[in-house]
Each structure stands twice: as structure tokens, then as C-alpha cells.
Design a protein around this ligand. Structure first.
Ligand SMILES: [Zn+2]
Length: 245
């Protein structure tokens, strides 16, 4: 058996047996930073959404907080004005693929297409650099790091504080986040819910927006400072190494 064929078989084996295990650090995925300055990141997936993204932007502005929105290409095309509002408000746009597939069910050509296509769509609509990628469902296959570099991404971003993705109780979301956030955390909320009914997606996104009314003042009162992912990376690279959760 040739060396290349052996390598392909090895990566297939690793994808089948290790996705879901806590191996993000070895896959090049950043889940949090050991940040002594109390800096944290607030991120949103599966948007932008006509249900709540504008409400979230209002709530963030009220508290002077900037966040990172991991948008899907298809939702960006559906709501280009919201992507532009996100950028105009000083937030960061990251990529969450075009169609939100589970990468374990995709071949490499499809993965590459999702990576390249979403960056192209988001940079065109938002007129902003898109340097960070978060895989749908957190399915960071071993091949994603080299493919993402080929597509122009600099960083793969996970999270260490993530309430259940279909939680519709804003108090439960707030309790979860407030209890678990530590210096360097990356918080993962949803301003939409791809691949689910419009009704559930709306409920989830409204719950996330509602949870911010407690999360933001509480974490600010504890001395946490909100940074976009790229801001945090710039500080981190100048001082300390990022860690996986
Ligand atoms: Zn997602």
C-alpha cells in the first residue's frame, strides 16, 4: 500500500473515531484563552436572523460590548443588511460555512466548497476581512485546518461555554453562561438555529437575545472585558498561547 493511501486511511480512521472527543487542541481549534486580564469573547452562530439579530445588536450597543458573529453564507445572502449592520456596529464576522452541513457527512471537495464559498460571500456582503472559521456542530475534522488555510482563514474557533443549542429559556441560558464563564472564555450563543423549524429557530434566537439582559451587566460587573475573537487573538499572540478547553 502506498504512503499516501495509508495517510488517507489513517485520517479517515481518526475522523471516524475521534470527532466528539476533546481533541480540539490537536486539531488546531481554539476553545478558550488562559487570559489573566479578564478578557472574554461573546459569539453567535447560525445567523444573521431576522428574528433577533437586530435586537442583539441593540443590547450589545446598550452595554458597549462587541461580539463575533459566525454567520452562514445562506443566511448572509438572505439578510445582507444585517451582516452590514453587524460590521457597521464594530462587531466581527466569522464564517460558519455556507449551508451548515455536518462535515463528517461531506467529502473533501464539499468541505472545501463550504469553506471557500462562505468566506467569499461574507467578505463581499460585509466588505470586511473574514479570518476565523467555526465548523457547524463543532465537527472539526482533521483535514479542516489545512483546507481552511488554503481558503485564507487564519484561525479555527470553538468555545468553552455553550448552552444547549436549542434552549428556548432565556433564564436557563443566562444561568448557564454566568455560572461557567471564566477569564479567557469563548461563549457560544445562537441568533438562529439552522436546519430546524422557523418556529424553533425564532424561539432560540429570541431566548439568546433575552438572556443578554442579564448576562451582559452581570459579567461586566464581575470585571470581564468583552473582545472580538480577532482582538483577543491579537492580544493573545503577543503574550500567551491559546488553549483548548
Ligand atoms: Zn451552527
Amino acid at each position: 500500500m502506498s504512503l499516501s493511501r495509508t495517510c488517507v486511511k489513517t485520517v479517515r480512521f481518526l475522523n471516524k473515531h475521534t470527532v466528539g472527543l476533546d481533541l480540539n487542541r490537536y486539531r488546531g481549534v481554539i476553545d478558550c484563552w488562559p487570559n489573566p486580564r479578564n478578557a472574554i469573547c461573546l459569539t453567535f452562530d447560525d445567523g444573521p436572523s431576522g428574528h433577533s439579530t437586530f435586537t442583539i445588536l441593540d443590547e450589545l450597543a446598550r452595554h458597549g460590548v462587541r461580539a463575533t458573529f459566525f454567520c452562514t453564507g445562506k443566511d448572509a445572502v438572505a439578510h445582507p443588511n444585517l451582516v452590514q449592520d453587524i460590521v457597521a456596529s464594530g462587531h466581527e464576522v466569522g464564517s460558519h460555512s455556507v449551508n451548515h452541513p455536518h462535515f463528517n457527512n461531506c467529502n473533501l471537495r464539499q468541505v472545501f466548497s463550504e469553506l471557500a464559498g462562505s468566506r467569499r460571500i461574507l467578505e463581499t456582503i460585509g466588505d470586511c476581512p473574514v479570518t476565523c472559521f467555526r465548523a457547524p456542530y463543532g465537527s472539526f475534522r482533521w483535514e479542516i485546518r489545512p483546507l481552511s488555510r488554503l481558503c485564507g482563514y487564519q484561525h479555527l474557533i470553538g468555545w468553552d461555554v455553550g448552552p444547549i443549542h436549542d434552549e428556548i429559556d432565556s433564564s436557563a441560558i443566562a444561568d448557564f453562561v454566568i455560572e461557567r464563564t471564566v477569564a479567557g472564555s469563548i461563549i457560544d450563543l445562537h441568533d438562529g438555529l439552522t436546519d430546524q423549524s422557523a418556529e424553533l429557530s425564532s424561539a432560540v434566537s429570541r431566548a439568546a437575545a433575552g438572556s443578554l439582559r442579564r448576562i451582559l451587566p452581570e459579567l461586566i460587573s464581575r470585571g470581564f472585558i468583552f473582545k472580538t475573537v480577532s482582538e483577543q487573538l491579537t492580544r493573545s499572540e503577543a503574550s500567551e498561547e491559546p488553549l483548548s478547553a
